[in-house]
Design a protein around this ligand. Structure first.
Ligand code: IMP
Length: 423
């Protein structure tokens, strides 16, 4: 048994990962973010207060001895990171021994944010990105012209990067000249970031030599937004699935104990892209309102729909999820009927039972729904599975059977204690 647990979203993000990471962090020596940047918005409610983290690992809120790590698979906007650190330091101790920022991570500069926004504005079919510069930063990383955090904090190397980009790209040079305030801040915050920058991956491997120390790896976005395995091109620019964690953290796959997947009891999506079970009717609006489905990064309303078992089974297989959490189950309470997609119907291909690789196929799929009679329960009065209505249990058991994975916990509210154990 290894000492690494990985938690990933099994949908298009926004599954409520923040709450569960926060709970699981209690037992961890380190909580590690391995991909994405401030496109993420992990929300935690502590003593009734809502806290949203964008770059920072969620481990900050569960005790000062938990190390929080941002590894090389991440992209980092230094100005925003500093704001987040200032905010979190009101609630938690932030110091070099507990916050490690990888020198290998890549920097999101004002240029990357500008590029993301202008690409979105020009696209005939926008992706609906968070406009945080994520895609352009990963593109530059892969093109080997990116700026790593370790070089960013070194003034001479930072300036050399700006000079070489300016020489190569006239538009970059114009952007630097036309936006002095943004670039001044970009330079100014480097010194504030510097104390935390280190060989985070090496420090983490050292920590893991003690097999009693558990590491919790925190996925951001969701499996269906994975650059390769998601609904390309309507995806984010990083590897969001569990396998990516090993490359991005620099740890061996043999270290893994559990892969924990989070799915909501229904489905949401922000931004564009196919979504076969989307409900554009009053039930969709009900799920959006009751579930407070508004982006924690951008404030955009999320598209809502029924849980899609083809997508969930796919995520479970791609990630190797062996522990499933069914989140926001309370939101379905009170509906007359609740549905699940058990297959798709495609105009040319007929019945489809596996999640297709091609978004153009998925776009034309209509869900084949199984309908369940609804149920009601008061989450505040329901603390065990025995107290759940029979209809609710039939829905849960049907999901487990269809995706061949046990559900260990269900989420029944935003608070740390709002959950029911299933086994
Ligand atoms: P990007 O990550 O900003 O490039 O956006 C690409 C796609 O991923 C868009 O559809 C975004 O709405 C979506 N996305 C990015 N981050 C998140 C997230 O944390 N939750 C949900 N969707 C996200």
């Amino acid at each position: 048994m290894g000492n690494v647990n990985i938690l990933v979203g099994a949908q298009w993000g926004d599954e409520g990962k923040g709450k569960w990471i926060d709970i699981l962090a209690k037992k961890a020596a380190a909580v590690v973010r391995f991909q994405g940047g401030n496109n993420a918005g992990h929300t935690i409610y502590v003593d009734g207060e809502k806290i949203v983290l964008h770059h920072l690992p969620t481990g900050f809120l569960q005790g000062d001895d938990i190390v929080c790590v941002m590894t090389c698979g991440m992209v980092v906007n230094p100005g925003i990171l500093i704001e987040e650190l200032e905010n979190i330091s009101k609630r938690a101790n932030v110091h070099q021994d507990r916050f490690w920022l990888s020198a290998r991570a890549h920097v999101i500069s004002p240029w990357h944010v500008y590029q993301d926004c202008s690409a979105e504005d020009k696209r005939s079919t926008p992706i609906g990105t968070t406009r945080r510069g994520i895609g352009p930063t990963y593109s530059d990383k892969v093109a080997r012209r990116g700026l790593r955090v370790g070089y960013y904090i070194d003034e001479a190397k930072r300036n050399a990067w700006i000079d070489s980009m300016s020489e190569e790209y006239a538009e970059f040079s114009r952007h630097v000249e036309a936006n002095p305030k943004e670039w001044d801040r970009f330079h100014a915050v480097a010194a504030q970031i510097a104390p935390f920058v280190c060989d985070a991956e090496a420090r983490l491997r050292e920590l893991m030599r003690d097999s009693k120390k558990q590491v919790l790896v925190e996925g951001a976005q969701g499996s269906l937004l994975d650059l390769d395995h998601g609904t390309y091109p309507f995806v984010t620019s990083s590897t969001t699935v569990a396998g990516g964690a090993f490359a991005s953290v620099g740890i061996a796959p043999t270290r893994v104990d559990k892969v924990i997947g989070i799915t909501k009891a229904y489905m949401t999506r922000v931004g564009e892209g196919p979504f076969p079970t989307e409900l554009k009717d009053e039930i969709g609006s009900f799920l959006c309102d009751r579930g407070k489905e508004y982006g924690s990064t951008t404030g955009r309303p999320r598209r809502c729909g029924w849980l899609d078992l083809l997508a969930l089974r796919y995520s479970i297989e791609v990630n190797g999820i062996n522990d499933l959490i069914l989140n926001k189950f309370d939101i379905l309470s009170g509906l007359d009927e609740v549905c699940l997609a058990v297959a798709y119907e495609h105009p040319e291909q007929g019945r489809i039972t596996e999640f297709p690789w091609d978004y153009e196929v998925l776009e034309r799929c209509k869900p084949v729904l199984k309908t369940f009679s609804g149920w009601s329960f008061d989450p505040e009065q329901t603390s065990s599975a025995d107290a759940l209505p029979d209809n609710a249990m039939s829905y849960i058991r049907f999901i487990e059977e269809a995706v061949s994975c046990k559900i260990s916990l269900i989420g029944t509210g935003v608070g740390r204690n709002d959950s029911i154990e299933l086994r």
